[in-house]
Design a protein around this ligand. Structure first.
Ligand SMILES: C[S@@+](CC[C@H](N)C(=O)[O-])C[C@H]1O[C@@H](n2cnc3c(N)ncnc32)[C@H](O)[C@@H]1O
Length: 338
């Protein structure tokens, strides 16, 4: 491989690895409409958001009065390892404060938005950002996926309400699942399948199928397995999943290594089974905490009683086994109503 090619591959890898995916306004508004009653007199904090490109900032500044917000704070991260590929190319990390329209045009004008320079880089873990976080009631953003665990842990540590978007696989992270199990985190209302389009920086290599450039030259890619994660309640999550199947030992075998039955599809959960059932992680898209209890999760990590939630009867592999065959990750649940 020539030096030039090596260089270019490295650059591409660096770019692809970057966390620069911009959430679309339509996805933000489709989710936020489920939480209207939560925003009144609240301070919203978007802590991974360059206001020049963030639709979170756009959404909350333009809907400030409609939602009855008290304040909108946005921090713009300025990576220390600045590279040429980031759209976050401001010279200085800053934060913005918006307290609503002052001149009666119901539009956030530049002179109404307070811009304050940060001493550090605006990292959500920095002291300055944590001081802003403490003021906030609700954090709403798309955090860098590579830092999702730390992001969730920080929200939990500071006891914050949040609506954040990320990858469905984050369900299986210990930091996330612990909160799911305690009923302190659940999936949002508007995305339960398919893929979603995200904006990417101009120099992002558009190799993936489904990527496109719009008439203004803006680049987009489609991302699979996207979900909202929140701890704000909404009406739809209290609707029962309609069950229609009866339990049979043939269709729902008991695991070799857990005292629970295997259910391959959420819609097939037997309506008359009182014991523990192992269901796919996408069960969470249908989860109503009034209908089911979540006991734990068995995924590829080894047996950890706190996460798995039920006793392990096996020897080595902690993943659920059916007749010696490993199944996908399973969430252990119990029907509360029978
Ligand atoms: C997935 S993007 C989402 C951007 C924006 N929230 C949106 O949805 O349009 C994550 C953003 O977090 C920024 N970021 C990366 N590391 C960060 C950190 N440690 N603290 C704060 N922001 C960070 C990235 O520059 C990137 O713009």
């Amino acid at each position: 491989m020539s030096k030039e090619t090596q260089h270019s591959n490295l650059r591409t890898a660096k770019k692809v690895k970057k966390d620069e995916f911009y959430t679309q306004l339509t996805d933000i508004s489709k989710e936020m409409k489920h939480y209207k009653n939560h925003f009144k007199d609240k301070v919203v904090y978007c802590n991974c958001d360059d206001p020049r490109v963030s639709n979170f900032f756009h959404f909350f500044s333009y809907n400030f009065e409609k939602l009855g917000l008290k304040k909108l704070i946005t921090t713009c991260y300025k990576s220390q390892s600045m590279d040429l590929f980031s759209e976050n190319d401001s010279e200085q990390a800053i934060y913005l404060e918006y307290t609503g329209d002052k001149n009666g045009n119901f539009v956030p004008d530049p002179e109404e938005i307070g811009i304050v320079e940060l001493k550090g880089d605006g990292d959500f873990r920095s002291k300055e950002s944590i001081e802003l976080l403490k003021q906030a009631d609700i954090v709403v953003t798309n955090p860098p996926f590579s830092l999702f665990r730390e992001f969730i842990s920080q929200l939990d540590e500071y006891n914050k309400k949040f609506i954040i978007i990320g990858n469905v696989n984050a369900i299986t992270y210990k930091e996330t699942f612990r909160l799911i199990k305690e009923n302190n985190l659940w999936l949002g209302a508007s995305i339960h399948s398919g893929d979603r389009e995200f904006g990417v920086p101009d120099d992002y290599p558009l190799t993936a199928a489904g990527s496109r450039i719009d008439e203004n030259g803006n680049k987009f890619i489609r991302v699979k397995g996207v979900r909202w994660f929140t701890n704000l309640d909404y009406k739809e999550r209290h609707e029962d999943l309609i069950l229609y199947k009866n339990y049979t030992t043939e269709e729902f075998p008991t695991y070799d290594n857990y005292d629970a039955i295997n259910v391959n599809k959420t819609k097939d959960i037997p309506m008359d089974y009182k014991g523990v059932m192992g269901v796919p992680i996408t069960f969470l898209d249908k989860y109503n905490p009034d209908q089911f209890d979540i006991l734990g999760l068995s995924a590829s990590a080894g047996y950890d009683e706190e996460i798995v939630g039920i006793p392990f009867k096996g020897v080595k592999d902690a993943r659920p086994l059916v007749n010696g065959k490993v199944t996908y990750a399973r969430i252990f649940i119990k029907n509360k109503k029978i």
